[in-house]
Design a protein around this ligand. Structure first.
Ligand code: PLP
Ligand code: ZN
Length: 369
């Protein structure tokens, strides 16, 4: 397994003391993988994402066994004609972040990491804290001070030490990185560490399997720091290379109108993301005014030929209620995906004829409201 710098393209060993390249560039990951046999994995007795082990980073099965909580294999729930929700709120810590966290933490355990630091708006830190405590890795968590109390309670229950940082999500990231630099702890960032997407990519593998060896026509994806989006983009690239798909679904990326730097950059045809004026949003999980992988996310969106939509606070609340009336209780960040689907349909009614999937990727009990 090797890191490749996205800045200077230098290849280097996966060194736990390094979270970015000397040149300041962030890493992508390279290792030998083979295509899952989806006709076989569809019927595997192990329903977790580890049934795709051949396509995941090489990790000792004993360590996987100690780390896993059966994450993955989440159901598709019908939400109407041509619309399904993929219920990642069924995950062990109640969000899709478990996909990335289990792979990252298992890899950390293989590398002999004892202590780590993560910053997040809540769910990524919850997931990393939960898996870390299973394998005896100490975890310090940095969250914005306004993070939902329930998320913080859960993180503390897993034994992690929580630092509440006043200010923006970006201030939280800066504080975490300063702490990493000071203490030399492993930076278990879901944004910086490319091992995380190797887990989130299984979201798309599962869809491919659930649609009978094909992909839905339309994928709605939330984007804050892009960990689900980058995982999906990676999986699409792999499926194409393996000759399993010949075209990409239409990707609709969703941001909150109150904090939409990526949507603004994409619309302006920019290849880099500029910080734009932003306001707080109920969709705390996608409120990232300065996404560290912004340029990579824009590149992935161009490659997939995707579109951005933004959603208002009212639309987010309306979708949370509409989903709840169908029996599906997701957190507000996750309701933004459904609102994004409706917004895309308003712009282009023809999209309603496409088979579409929205992620139901965080549980409702996590939200403050
Ligand atoms: C983390 C998260 C997102 C956004 O993911 P990014 O990696 O920041 O793009 C969306 N919804 C939920 C429920 C999340 O936990
Ligand atoms: Zn570099």
């Amino acid at each position: 397994m090797r890191y490749i710098c996205t800045g200077c393209h230098k290849e280097q060993p996966v060194n736990p003391d390094r979270y970015r390249c000397e040149c300041g560039g962030l890493f992508s990951l390279s290792f030998d993988k083979t295509a899952p046999d989806f006709s076989q994995t569809a019927h595997a007795s192990d329903r977790s994402l580890w049934k795709y082990a051949n396509a995941l980073p090489p990790i000792d099965p004993q360590i996987v066994h100690e780390t896993t909580m059966g994450e993955g294999g989440t159901p598709l729930i019908s939400l109407g004609t041509h619309l399904w929700g993929k219920a990642d709120y069924y995950m062990p810590t109640l969000s899709f972040k478990d996909r990335g966290a289990v792979v990252l933490v298992a890899a950390m355990r293989s590398m002999g990491v004892h202590q780590c630091v993560i910053d997040s708006s809540g769910n990524a830190a919850t997931a990393v804290a939960a898996y870390c405590t299973r394998v005896g890795i100490g975890c310090e968590v940095f969250v914005p001070a306004h993070t939902s109390a329930k998320k913080i309670e859960q993180i503390e229950a897993h034994g992690a030490e929580v630092h509440r940082i006043p200010g923006t999500r970006e201030d939280t990231a800066d504080a975490a990185i300063a702490h990493v630099e000071k203490t030399g702890a492993f930076y278990a960032s879901h944004i910086f560490n490319p091992l995380f997407w190797e887990g989130t990519k299984t979201y798309l593998y599962e869809l491919f399997e659930q649609f009978g060896g094909a992909l839905p026509d339309l994928l709605v994806l939330p984007v804050g720091n892009g960990t689900l989006l980058m995982g999906v983009a990676l999986a699409l690239k792999e499926l194409k290379e393996w000759g399993l798909v010949d075209r990409f679904p239409l990707v609709i990326a969703v941001q909150a109108a109150n904090c939409a730097p990526l949507a603004a950059a994409y619309l302006a045809g920019s290849v880099v993301v500029h910080e734009v004026p932003s306001q707080p949003t109920l969709a705390e999980g996608i409120a990232s005014a300065r996404p560290a992988r912004g340029a990579e996310i824009l590149q992935a969106m161009h490659h997939m030929g995707g579109r951005f939509v933004t959603v208002t606070e009212e639309e987010i609340l309306a979708s949370r209620d509409a989903l709840a009336r169908r029996g599906v209780y997701v957190e507000l960040t996750s309701a933004a995906n459904h609102a994004g689907y409706l917004a895309a349909l308003r712009e282009d009614g023809q999209l309603g004829l496409l088979d579409a999937v929205v992620p139901l990727c965080g549980a409702g009990l996590k939200s403050a409201h």
